[in-house]
Design a protein around this ligand. Structure first.
Ligand code: 6CS
Length: 405
């Protein structure tokens, strides 16, 4: 081809090609509404991509393209370029992702939690090849907030969950986890939950407080219980073929947008749980919100070991490696795996609790409660009325934006 044969249009195409700037429209679906956490993340991602490239992002909130399982299929087949799906629904295809349902594995401390998501080798090195096997480029995982239980009756102990049909996401380990909690787990897709609670087919479910508030799940509940057993994790992925074929500069636009959206969503969630619970209480004054004490949490925490064992059985070929690395990642951010007695804060709380208990009961035998982390450390470290960590208002109450829609 001579210089003269190159048309103006092909010059433009070459230039665009060279800059990687061919404008495209990319489709991104998520499991929540536009004004819920996944939607807020997606909106920020869209804003960043569109500000830094000629590409456009089309957003598809929950319901517009089907249930969570549907949008995952669409992303794997390339109909969608991006999808947000929680490991709660990814268990069958990526069994290792079920690790997020070992109770009390993730820290309650927000700083540690965010640092874990930022730095975790499990997330940044071990999971990407597992997602790649499913035709997905794992772009990020982020936390969506402390998971609370909503039930018809009060829950203070696993016995209170006896015979309670409790809805869980369609994740086998979550089923095991709720069985260990004493409930009758009932896996259901999200779209069926409100109706099933309304008609009494199920009597309980778990979700972050913002979601309980925005979806009005509290309308069909009498009790909300905070037992500190988990934080809702979600994952944002791209279709792998699509991502791999992108020019480097588009990959960078996407990666930068994901990083910006991660920072944004962490900030957005500051104080969100407390705000959402306050809104729920305002909307339904007779809903009882209970934060279990460490003592009350102990029997729930005691199930973690058996659920871990179950994870090693059903969590895929890399389950052991994932669990070990996850624990190493958590230790690296200062999480002691729930062994409150091994931290200064935990020791102080346990000492105080032990003294209170001794005073109240006139016993002198409360010494050394925090000194033996080997045997049931969580239960030992926290006897008495130890306020749950999360009773303190979250830092930075002035969260940006409203809580859900
Ligand atoms: O429980 C569920 O199924 C839903 N919960 C949240 C917080 N996000 C999406 C998911 O579908």
């Amino acid at each position: 081809m001579t210089y003269k044969t190159i048309t103006a249009a092909s010059v433009a195409a070459l230039l665009l090609g060279a800059s990687g700037a061919t404008a495209e429209t990319w489709r991104y679906a998520f499991e929540e509404a536009l004004e819920e956490v996944q939607g807020k993340f997606a909106q920020k991602f869209k804003e960043e991509v569109e500000a830094n490239s000629d590409h456009e992002i089309q957003l598809f909130p929950f319901g517009t393209l089907g249930e969570s399982a549907d949008i995952m299929e669409q992303a794997q087949s390339g109909i969608l370029q991006f999808v947000d799906q929680s490991p709660g629904f990814t268990g069958a295809s990526i069994p290792e992702a079920q690790v997020f349902f070992v109770p009390y594995l993730l820290p309650e401390d927000q700083g540690q939690l965010v640092e874990f998501f930022r730095t975790s080798k499990t997330i940044h090195e071990l999971f990407p090849p597992l997602y790649a096997n499913q035709g997905l480029e794992l772009l990020t995982m982020f936390p969506e907030g402390e998971v609370v239980m909503t039930t018809q009756k009060e829950v203070k102990s696993p016995e209170d969950l006896n015979e309670v049909k409790f809805r869980v996401m369609t994740n086998p380990l979550l089923v095991d986890s709720y069985e260990a909690f004493g409930a009758t787990p009932t896996p259901l897709p999200w779209g069926e939950v409100y109706g099933a609670l309304q008609t009494g087919i199920i009597q309980g479910q778990e979700n972050p407080a913002f979601f309980v508030e925005s979806t009005k799940m509290y309308e069909v509940a009498n009790h909300i219980t905070r037992l500190g057993h988990n934080n809702f994790t979600t994952a944002v992925m791209a279709n792998k073929d699509f991502y791999d074929e992108l020019p480097d500069e588009d990959k960078k636009v996407i990666d930068d947008a994901i990083a910006a959206a991660f920072d944004y969503i962490v900030e957005y969630q500051e104080g969100l749980t407390e705000e959402s619970l306050a809104k729920i209480q305002e909307a339904k004054s007779d809903v009882v919100i209970t934060t279990l004490t460490e003592e009350e949490r102990a029997p729930f925490k005691a199930t973690a070991e058996s659920v871990e064992e179950k994870f090693l059985e059903i969590g895929g070929a890399q389950a052991q490696e994932i669990l070990d690395q996850m624990k190493a990642d958590l230790a690296a951010v200062g999480d002691d795996g729930g062994e409150a007695s091994s931290t200064a804060e935990g020791e102080a709380a346990a000492d105080e609790a032990a003294m209170d208990a001794a005073e109240e009961e006139g016993e002198a035998a409360a010494e050394g409660e925090a000194a033996e982390p080997e045997a049931a450390p969580e239960a030992e470290a926290a006897e008495g009325e130890v306020p749950a960590e999360d009773e303190a208002p979250a830092e930075g109450e002035a969260a940006e934006g409203e809580a859900g829609n």
